[in-house]
Design a protein around this ligand. Structure first.
Ligand SMILES: Nc1ncnc2c1ncn2[C@@H]1O[C@H](COP(=O)(O)OP(=O)(O)OP(=O)(O)O)[C@@H](O)[C@H]1O
Ligand SMILES: [Mg+2]
Length: 176
């Protein structure tokens, strides 16, 4: 089954064309890495898949990006829903100014989950999944900023995974 497909994607920052005619298919339940020199367009291409480039003024996309056979740039697409389903971890760790626990619980809470036991269970499960639990289990109430750079990045991975996205975009997440 094809999870993500791009068809003849061109992308422009103003007049500058950053992506040229990219057509790829990515299978469901697969891990795919894009490798290429600095500036070749890896981050630009990743950001297309959850419409993060929409936030950059004077940009233009041509072609199609489909996830689960739906054109994510179609009129009926709700961008918040898309981003819930297509999570992202950035190159630089960007924890929220909140406790370690609240960072991971954030996505669940904004999506209306209020069952405290469920949230606690999910926070533990995702912190274990991000290989951070043992380092933070005794200081969940502490600020996320007290963690090291690499720990903050693993926290951001846990935060992204907590809402069970069906796609996780990771832009050089292991730099630290
Ligand atoms: N916000 C922006 N405005 C204008 N040009 C941009 C913008 N972001 C990226 N670019 C340009 O688009 C091209 C692709 O950049 P991108 O960040 O996607 O590359 P990259 O492959 O992720 O590089 P790196 O490995 O250094 O992270 C580069 O030429 C870059 O200068
Ligand atoms: Mg990049």
């Amino acid at each position: 089954m094809i999870k993500i497909e791009t068809k003849n994607v061109d992308f422009f920052y103003g007049k500058f064309q950053a992506l040229k005619d990219i057509s790829i298919q990515i299978e469901d339940k697969s891990v795919v890495a894009f490798i290429g020199p600095s500036g070749c367009g890896k981050s630009t291409f990743l950001r297309l898949m959850n419409r993060m480039n929409d936030l950059i003024p004077d940009t233009r996309l041509e072609g199609e990006v489909l996830i689960d056979d739906i054109n994510i740039y179609g009129k009926d697409v709700v961008v918040d829903e898309l981003r819930k389903n297509v999570g992202m971890v950035f190159q630089k760790p960007n924890p929220f100014p909140k406790s370690i626990f609240d960072n991971v619980a954030y996505g669940l809470r904004v999506n209306g989950v209020s069952d405290k036991e469920f949230i606690s269970h999910r926070v533990e499960e995702t912190l274990k999944g991000a290989a951070l639990w043992n380092e933070v289990k005794d200081k969940l109430k502490k600020s996320a900023f007290e963690l090291s750079g690499g720990q903050q990045q693993r926290l951001c991975i846990a935060r992204a995974m907590a809402v069970s996205p069906s796609v996780l975009l990771m832009d050089e997440p292991a730099q630290h």
